[in-house]
Write a protein of this length. Structure first.
Length: 55
């Protein structure tokens, strides 16, 4: 973990995909309700994210 922090630096931002149970490559086969929800996902907001790292 320190290597990532060193590479990004104190002012950088590291965003990683995590916690998804389904492959996004199969969105076209999902139920319409799921497709709509996936398309409305907000961007990462560190002020409300449940996971963070302070180095």
């Amino acid at each position: 973990m320190r290597a990532l922090g060193d590479a990004v630096g104190a002012e950088g931002t590291l965003v990683a995909f995590c916690g998804w149970d389904d492959s996004p490559y199969h969105v076209a086969f999902w139920p319409h309700r799921w497709q709509t929800a996936y398309g409305e996902l907000p961007g990462f907001d560190p002020a409300v994210a449940s996971a963070s790292w302070d180095g």
